[in-house]
Ligand binder design. Structure first.
Ligand code: GLU
Length: 607
């Protein structure tokens, strides 16, 4: 497998593009410089040495490889790639959003995380999404408004990652993305389809429509999308750092857009509450990862305000508890039994996550990821019968043995899918997995006028009202609070060295996708590419377990039904990336082969 070496970064510094001419018949002839990267192949699995990356898009992955080849490390590559996703997949993430960055430092052997989650304004309170009639506000009304916009955390995350872990300046790392924004890229079918899906809400905001609905129509497949306003924003970031968001003109533009949404004639949407004081108060936070052991490996994930690390660990712990209880090993299970075990473990983990996890003091995080707690929780499991949903939550009190559950249950809150995941490992063995988002596809629907990026709607990740009356809800809105997330960037170590990275978008299904990707490799002995491609199942303690078509339409679906599971067929779950580290010079990068149009895995020196 050949590779397109250095052309994106090279083009920026040397001033010429070699592979970017609009030779493809798909590009619409338009004035301006040729777009970037449409000739790059999409490869879902690549193995070799010298460093590896995986992302949703070949332009993004190529930028990561370019940075690694030029001596950058995994953190450098991840920042450069994230900035590029903000250009070529702007509906999933960007300057106006937030995310979680998990980093392994080969020099110290430490895993550390950066919490770059958006925050609520200081004026928020637990009834902010309750209308005058005492009812929760309409969800879609809040999504498409200034009220859902949290203080963005992505600029501060990039700056912190580059300064704390990287070797290159933010100025250097954002250059390739700026260039892609300026020169443009060729719109593909999934991008066009996502624009069609969002056309109605984008049309409400003229600054969004100007970019994505040219002439009033969703931008077409094959068209060249250039975004000079976004290029300007990256240039501002390169020159002034995250300060330009927290204290400078980008921040002022964000606050103004959220507080005074610019809408089409006749459209009015709720105003936001964020202020420049909120922007100035924002901090990306360095946090210790969650940690658990699984099959002799160490699993590190994202701590609060994400529920991802906790829930992924609980699922993996429960699988071990089920082994103990049944005397059977996960690797010996039939496909049907594996799906049943996984569904039960994830429904149980979601019961606990929904009850206990949020950006509040006193979350029993260590207990929730302990094997003792999982062993106690496994008492609900039956090898030949599905648990009744919703599964009751447990009692993570440090004293385990009885089958302690609460009679109370919690419902699954409303969450949607989207977001992006990327990962990089460098030749020294540093590793990053980074999941970032603006919440829904297209976030709040509002592009910041003159700056070319979409604002998040992350505050709709709060529960508008308690999900179950009488049961404390840790995820209600509050001042300066960060909404609970499901994002689950995960690094698995063996003997203190990276063994695997994993991450995915998909709202609450992120947890099940990442746990399944990891367990496919750790428990089922699958190559990472196969585990990533395998059909997915997601049971989140709602009444129905979601199955991708290959499971739903086959014998596994039938078997689950025979055990008493209620199932629903869904087109797809997740859009994962991961890297399996066989040894430092033998890396296997993996991205989706087909979901969401397929992703892109690359290594510096393919085998
Ligand atoms: N906002 C979601 C979360 O933090 C991610 C968005 C998505 O993937 O749908 O869990």
């Amino acid at each position: 497998m050949g590779r397109a070496s250095r052309f994106i970064v090279g083009a920026l510094t040397a001033g010429g593009l070699t592979l970017a001419a609009t030779s493809g018949a798909t590009a619409t002839p338009e004035a301006g410089p040729p777009p970037v990267g449409h000739d790059l192949p999409k490869v879902p699995v690549m193995r070799g040495g010298g460093g590896a990356v995986a992302s949703v898009d070949p332009i993004v992955s190529q930028i990561g490889i370019d940075i690694l080849e030029r001596g950058g490390n995994a953190a450098d590559a991840a920042v450069g790639m994230a900035a590029a996703v903000g250009v070529v997949e702007p509906y999933t993430s960007g300057l106006g959003g937030g995310g979680f960055f998990v980093h392994y430092d080969a020099a110290t052997g430490q895993v550390e995380t950066i919490d770059g989650r958006e925050t609520a304004p200081a004026t928020f309170h637990d009834k902010v999404f309750v209308g005058d009639d005492g009812q929760p506000m309409d969800f879609d009304t809040v999504v498409n408004s200034g009220l859902s916009v949290g203080v963005p955390g992505t600029p501060a995350t990039w700056e912190m990652a580059a300064e704390r872990y990287g070797t290159k300046s933010l100025n250097t790392l954002l250059k390739p993305a700026e260039m892609v924004a300026r020169k443009g890229f060729v719109v593909d079918q999934p991008f066009h389809d996502a624009t069609v899906d969002n056309a109605e809400r984008f049309a409400q905001f003229p600054d969004t429509a100007k970019i994505y609905l040219p002439g009033g129509e969703p931008i077409k497949t094959g068209a060249i999308l250039r975004n000079p306003d976004l290029a300007k924003s990256y240039r501002l970031m390169r020159t002034h750092g995250a300060d330009v968001m927290q204290r400078g003109e980008l921040g002022e533009a964000v606050v103004d857009t959220a507080r005074n949404p610019r809408t089409a004639p006749g459209v009015s949407v709720p105003r936001g509450q964020i202020t420049m004081d909120d922007m100035r108060a924002y901090r990306a936070l360095v946090k210790e990862p969650t940690h658990s052991e699984h099959k002799g490996l160490d699993v590190y994930g994202m701590p609060l305000p994400s529920s991802g690390g906790i829930a992924v660990s609980e699922i993996l712990n429960l699988l071990e508890s089920y082994e103990e209880r049944t005397g059977r090993q996960t690797e010996d299970l039939s496909e049907g039994d594996w799906a049943h075990w996984f569904a039960e473990a994830s429904a149980t983990a979601f019961a606990d996550r929904n009850r206990y996890v949020g950006d509040v003091p006193g979350v029993p995080a260590k207990e929730l990821v302990s094997q003792g707690f999982a062993d106690e929780r496994s008492c609900l499991f039956h090898a030949d019968e599905a648990m009744t949903r919703p599964v009751p939550f447990g009692t993570p009190d440090g004293s385990y043995g009885d089958c302690q559950t609460s009679g109370a249950t919690t419902k699954v809150g409303a969450e949607d899918q989207h977001t992006t995941s990327l990962t990089a490992v460098d030749k020294e063995g540093d590793a990053v997995t980074y999941t970032l988002t603006i919440e829904q596809y297209g976030g709040s629907g509002m592009v910041v006028p003159g700056y070319g990026f979409l604002l998040n709607n992350e505050l709709t990740d709060f529960n508008f009202t308690p999900v179950t009356q009488g049961v404390p809800d840790p995820n209600l809105p509050g001042p300066g609070k960060r909404p609970r997330s499901s994002m689950s960037p995960t690094i698995v170590l063996k003997d203190g060295k990276p063994w695997m990275t994993a991450g995915s978008p998909g709202g609450a299904t992120i947890i099940t996708t990442v746990a399944q990707l990891v367990a496919g490799v750790t428990d089922r002995g699958m190559p990472i590419g196969d585990s990533l491609a395998a059909p997915r199942i997601s049971s989140r303690n709602g009444t129905s377990t979601q199955l991708e078509p290959l499971l739903a339409d086959g014998s596994v679906g039938e078997y689950l039904t025979s055990l008493g599971h209620t199932t629903t067929k869904v087109d797809r779950l997740g859009n994962a990336t991961g890297i399996r580290v066989h040894d430092r010079q033998d890396l296997e990068a993996a991205a989706e082969p087909t979901r969401a149009g397929g992703g892109s895995a690359m290594v510096v020196d393919p085998e």
